[in-house]
Design a protein around this ligand. Structure first.
Ligand code: SF4
Length: 107
């Protein structure tokens, strides 16, 4: 009789959406002191516009004046916006103060 079970293969877990994983995290918001700020702009650069699609936590959005805004309460501190706007300098990026920001939940 043939054994069809792969030796050492991990069982496959069902796919989980990013949104569902992010929902597991907890955040302590430093009210009135956002750790990421967008510099005032009339028109956003392509890099800044791209963040409305690329930020995994959905922190960036376009307002009705065509400017990009950020609400960073759910930021996972991945640094994507920092890297993407390094040349344009449109984003002022800092880590949250100690004790604030994201608390990752694993498992
Ligand atoms: S660090 Fe990552 S999660 Fe936080 S605002 Fe920038 S792109 Fe979004």
């Amino acid at each position: 009789m043939m054994n069809t079970t792969e030796v050492g293969a991990a069982p496959k877990a069902p796919p989980v959406k990013v949104e569902e994983r992010l929902f597991q995290n907890r955040y302590l918001v430093d009210a009135g002191r956002p750790h990421i700020k967008i510099k005032p702009h009339a028109e956003p650069s392509k890099a800044l516009m791209a963040l409305t699609h690329l930020c995994p936590a959905g922190c960036y959005s376009l307002n009705d004046k065509g400017q990009v805004e950020a609400v960073v309460d759910g930021c996972v501190e991945c640094g994507t916006c920092r890297v993407l706007t390094a040349k344009t300098g449109e984003v002022e990026w800092n880590y949250p103060r100690g004790g604030f920001g994201v608390l990752f939940k694993f498992g």
